[in-house]
Design a protein around this ligand. Sequence first.
Ligand code: DOR
Ligand code: ZN
Ligand code: ZN
Length: 398
Amino acid sequence: MLIKNGLVVVDGEIKFKDILIENEKIVEISDEIIKDGEKILDAKGHYIIPGIIDPHVHMRDPGLTHKEDFETGSKACAKGGVTTFFDMPNTIPNTITEEELLKKKKDAIGRSYVDYGFYFGGSKLDNSTEVEKVKDLVVATKVFMNVSTGNMLVEDEKILENIFKVSKLVGVHAEGEMVQKAIELSEKTGTPVYLCHLSTKEEVEMVRNGKKKGLKIYGEVTPHHLFLNEKDVLKNSLLRMKPELKTKEDNEALWEGIIDGTIDTIGTDHAPHKLEEKLEKLTFGIPGVEHSLEMMLKGVAGGRITLNDLTKIMSENTAKIFGIKNKGKLEIGYDADLVIINLETTERIKKEEVVSKCGWTPYDGFLKGGEVLTTIVRGNVVYNNKKFINKKIGKEVM
Ligand code: DOR
Ligand code: ZN
Ligand code: ZN
């Protein structure tokens, strides 16, 4: 396939380029490529960026598939420009044994619109032998160090240490002082730690200090912790999740963390629950994959971040941290995971257009910072002009 007339960022400069894709890879990026017989996609002067890698989603499959499943969740990804996602282990049953992991992997085949990877869960009963067995089959180990949705809290210090020791990378749900604890465990065991959904100024400062000491620690923030705060909860009671929304000052501190490199990635913590469930009782979690890029592009429109830097925290850094080779960049030899976006859009996000099974969005009525026009996974168009191409070509990355 040949994509013509796209605007791309090359060495920090914006240029018109054509992109040639062969065997799922980018093989050429240059001016005016001519190739007879090649299928052509006209980008019509819109920007082309690397496909988004969302390192933090809860697809609810198996066990909670009335909320979301692999097909609907990955379809929402395709619509949002997310070409790869990493799925969390707090499904039912929890992904804490090799057997469950292998079953999850098998069941996912042929059901995803986009590429994916899995986390393995650390268990309070100390499953470190299992963690060690599967460590090369997953993107990372996930450990809950604070209470959240699901019943996966690990409190025992010795067990935490055992799990850290045998992991290649540990993603943690840690809040407040537990962020510091996770950093210390990482330092003690030598295993890098990925700090999910940082939400406060203090947490960002802990990560900043840890990085200054040269520790292998990485910080993630969600679009909702950047764009929403406690004032929004007063207007919309659906906006409850763990960690909870904080203050305007915290929003600002997270943006600063992005700008100075303390924050490495954007992850949505896509945590779909049905609207009925949210209304019926306090249920933590909000959906995210469908609008993360369109929301983050508001940061570009508002001059907070350049498009080039946004692609680093939404694709390039993420691929590097999790060791995903050949993804995350528009470069020759890389997987042709691309998104074509319209930065001149005046569209708003509409709940009627949601494809996630949960059926709602926290961003209903928000102006988009840009619009996802086309999503391409390894050279396959999976979403174009508001239509899905129903070939579920998604593959596991590990
Ligand atoms: O709000 C949340 N919901 N935070 C989490 O850490 C888990 C998630 C879920 O699975 O619903
Ligand atoms: Zn979490
Ligand atoms: Zn989560």
